[in-house]
Design a binder for this molecule. Structure first.
Ligand code: AMP
Ligand code: ZN
Length: 467
């Protein structure tokens, strides 16, 4: 597989450090709010990269952090007269709700910055001991100019950065290019004990510390949105490589922006849609599909029209699954016709072309067109005709397989499923209270037929999908 490496500005063959294994680190959300459709782009994309690498037989260890302490989290907690950890915990749960809806699998590990304060402090101390960091009045800064290859990821010579750096009047830094590793505590703010007094970590240091702790000194792939390339990822490299003396990551991947009216979608510009709200209008699945419709290094413009188009395309896919499943159930013969045999013999070619697209720097747009070619060819071959079970089985199997790599579900999501289930559960409790056990059992069976199981817990009835 080839991926475009921001570090070398070339498409390169992916050669893992350990054969058959891939370590991946992706910068995750700051948890002070729901995430917006722009944030969803890297989450979906790197979920697909992981799924595809697993599909190709790699064992993938994927770490995506939660930034659970920073100015925004603290501000939100103050606004709501609560604590930073309550805010973070709430939006971590909301992240998982939206991620699940979007078909984003949980990472192998989702570390939180505040669970890794010791590792962060150790990293800062090592930097200080090696002369890469200095403390001033309880703050600790990174001595940027000491790191010779600073700027190598964003391909900017240090002189250019210098002229762009803002000089703050109250600045206690030795150099405007230096950045904070540790911030001394301000009154009323959450803080941790450290060799420099009470304080909290700067943003960049958490990723260096957690990547090292969970994935080791050098990782295969590090990723995030293109806005993180500078300064965040540049700073991560400077921190990690100064500590270990080894390359931090072999491949750096950056997705382009999701735009709206051709401007970056962002919270600060106020031109954003939360995934939660967009999903209420279009459903979660069309949002995922929409993200795959363009190459990840090209900007992608969000509009009602493109979401509607994605919804319609997905609906064609779901109809194809339904038709094939119907034919599979009703097929009378196992004997393949000559035409079916030709189609089935050609199936591996579709798979090859799908992989060719994905191998070419994760070209999901081309991979999707292969899926739709399959749908078109299946429709013209099978629909409205008698088909052999064998031919349908192999066709469906391939369609399931390829859709699964992209995280596209074969069934349409039920947007109102939750409330429907809650109503049935409620009716069942009422029936039980009234000692109408026959009705209660009937409702339990009805839920079971929808793939739902019930469990009595001290907190009441809990429902889950049958695994
Ligand atoms: P944040 O919570 O702001 O740190 O962002 C989480 C992730 O979303 C990062 O990888 C960002 O680069 C990415 N991101 C933020 N806005 C956009 C956007 N409009 N398009 C694509 N990626 C974005
Ligand atoms: Zn990061």
């Amino acid at each position: 597989m080839k991926i475009y490496n921001t570090l070398t500005r070339k498409k390169e063959e992916l050669v893992p450090i350990k054969q058959g294994e891939i370590s991946m680190y992706s910068c995750g959300p700051t948890v002070y709010n729901f995430f917006h459709v722009g944030n969803a782009r890297p989450f979906i994309l790197f979920d697909i990269l992981r799924r595809y690498l697993e599909y190709r037989g790699f064992s993938v260890k994927f770490v995506q952090n939660f930034t659970d302490i920073d100015d925004k989290v603290i501000r939100r907690a103050n606004e709501e007269h609560t604590t930073y950890d309550k805010i973070a915990e709430r939006y971590i749960q909301e992240y998982f709700t939206d991620a699940k809806g979007l078909g984003i699998r949980e990472a192998t590990i989702h570390p939180k910055a505040t669970d890794n304060i010791d590792a962060i402090i150790d990293t800062v101390r090592t930097l200080e001991q090696k002369g890469y960091a200095y403390s001033v009045g309880g703050d600790v800064y990174y001595r940027t100019r000491k790191f010779d290859s600073y700027g190598k990821l964003s391909h900017q010579p240090i002189e250019d950065l210098e002229s762009g750096a803002r000089i703050d009047v109250n600045d206690q830094k030795e150099d405007p290019l230096d950045f904070a590793l540790w911030k001394s505590a301000k009154p009323g703010e959450p803080s941790w004990e450290s060799p420099w007094g009470q304080g909290r970590p700067g943003w960049h240091i958490e990723c260096s510390a957690m990547a090292n702790r969970f994935l080791g000194e050098t990782i295969d792939i590090h990723s995030g949105g293109v806005d993180l390339c500078f300064p965040h990822h540049e700073n991560e490299i400077a921190q990690s490589e100064a500590v270990t003396g080894k390359p931090f990551a072999h491949y750096w991947m950056h997705n382009a922006f999701l735009t709206i009216d051709n401007q970056k979608m962002s919270k600060s510009l106020g031109n954003f849609f939360m995934v939660r709200d967009a999903a209420k209008i279009y459903g979660y699945q069309p949002i995922r599909f929409f993200m795959l419709s363009a190459h990840y290094r090209s900007p992608l413009n969000y509009s009602a029209e493109s979401l509607e188009q994605s919804k319609a395309a997905l609906s064609r896919l779901h109809t194809a699954f339904q038709n094939l499943e119907f034919l599979q159930e009703h097929s009378q013969t196992n004997e393949m016709s000559e035409k079916e045999r030709v189609l089935c013999d050609a199936l591996p070619k579709y798979r090859d072309r799908f992989c060719e697209a994905m191998d070419d720097d994760l070209n999901t747009a081309d991979a999707i067109s292969v899926i739709f070619e399959l749908v078109r060819d299946f429709n013209s071959e099978f629909v409205g005709k008698t088909a052999s079970k064998k031919a349908i089985d192999s066709s469906l199997q391939l369609l399931y397989e390829l859709c699964n790599v992209l995280g596209l579900s074969p069934v349409k999501e039920e947007q109102s499923l939750d409330s429907e289930i809650e109503t049935l559960i409620e009716a069942r409790s009422e029936a039980r209270k009234a000692k109408n056990f026959k009705e209660a059992d009937r409702i339990r069976d009805e839920l079971k037929s929808k793939g739902i199981i019930l469990e009595d817990t001290p907190q009441g009835i809990k429902w889950s999908y049958i695994k």
